[in-house]
Ligand binder design. Structure first.
Ligand code: NAP
Length: 286
């Protein structure tokens, strides 16, 4: 059985790595803040001191880190993934980054004789816990096929989208849509409440019609309660909108609605609520 490594034990990584350990795989974990490895070690994972040690000792190393800077930091330097990869071993980066970052990492890994696959995910904390993520991959097809047994413990659906960068682009498209849907829900809710409507009834009406969706079902009650326990940190969504806008610049695509959504998310992050859930965008709307 393949030996797996896992870098990044945040909200998503801790749940995804736990699913690999529970499935019976031999898993070696690393996290920048080492204390966050303890629950995984208690489940049966081995803990490594550096990303390099993980990449050296595992057939396939998975990572899910905060942003482009974090994804690059884990690869660089004498303790980084690139220093430990080689012999055709695999590196699968599941972080949400832009296509240029994914391509840069691919070059670093390939230059050291490793294989690279980007595989960002759609789905939040609960799907990560339940193993029902949607995995959006691009890069080395042989690595995609070899990683399938692990992907199938982490996700309910996986796609191979082609070259490195296409997974990143797909993920940014998904989050662009999600960010704008959430701001639209918040504006409709706020307008309705000011107009004397009952918030629960607004959600009930939306849920009965063509706009019914799991996200409104999950986030609607959060907006009404004014409490935002974190599944998807708002700071990460704002990063994704920023990256989507940058892709829009590069490809010459008008993204007027995304610009407006991004400004709302940015306001809330600047006000110090970036670690709250994306539902906290409602703070900037109310
Ligand atoms: P999180 O809970 O904030 O965890 C971030 C992880 O990145 C932690 O392990 C953190 O280590 C690590 N990290 C941050 N900066 C680093 C650096 N400079 N060097 C090395 N490690 C660093 O985030 P998350 O919610 O799990 O999200 C992780 C990624 O998945 C993000 O790209 C996010 O956009 C994406 N994503 C999230 C969700 C979601 O619903 N949460 C859904 C889909 C995709 P420390 O513990 O040391 O801080």
């Amino acid at each position: 059985m393949a030996k797996y490594g896992f870098l990044g034990l945040g909200i998503m990584g801790s749940a995804m790595a736990a699913n690999l350990v529970r499935a019976g795989f031999e898993v070696t974990v690393w996290n920048r803040t080492a204390a966050r490895c303890a629950p995984l070690v208690a489940l049966g994972a081995r803990q490594a001191a550096t990303p390099r040690e993980v990449a050296e000792s595992c057939d396939i190393t998975f990572a899910i880190l905060a942003d482009p800077a974090a994804a690059l930091a884990a690869c660089r330097g004498e303790d980084g993934v690139a220093a430990g990869i080689g012999g055709g071993r695999g590196y699968v980066d599941m972080s949400t980054v832009d296509d240029a970052t994914a391509q840069h990492i691919a070059q670093m890994i390939n230059a050291r004789g490793g294989r690279f696959l980007e595989a960002p995910v759609s789905g939040t904390k609960k799907p990560a816990e339940d193993g029902t993520l949607i995995i959006l991959s691009g890069g080395d097809r042989s690595l995609y096929d070899e990683a399938a047994p692990a992907f199938d413990k982490m996700g309910k659906k996986r796609l191979f989208l082609g070259e490195v960068g296409q997974g990143a682009r797909m993920k940014l498209v998904v989050n662009l849509v999600m960010g704008s849907m959430l701001t639209a829900l918040g504006e409709g809710m706020s307008l309705g409440l000011k107009g004397g409507l009952d918030g629960a009834q607004i959600l009930e009406v939306l849920d009965a019609g063509a706009m019914a969706c799991p996200m409104f079902r999950a986030k609607g009650p959060m907006l009404l309660a004014g409490e935002f326990p974190t599944s998807f940190p708002l700071k990460h969504m704002q990063k994704d909108l920023r990256l989507a806008l940058s892709l829009g610049e590069e490809l010459g695509q008008n993204l007027a609605t995304t610009v407006a959504s991004n400004e709302l998310f940015k306001r809330v992050r600047i006000d110090g609520h970036g670690d709250e859930d994306i539902g906290a965008v409602f703070r900037a709307i109310r």
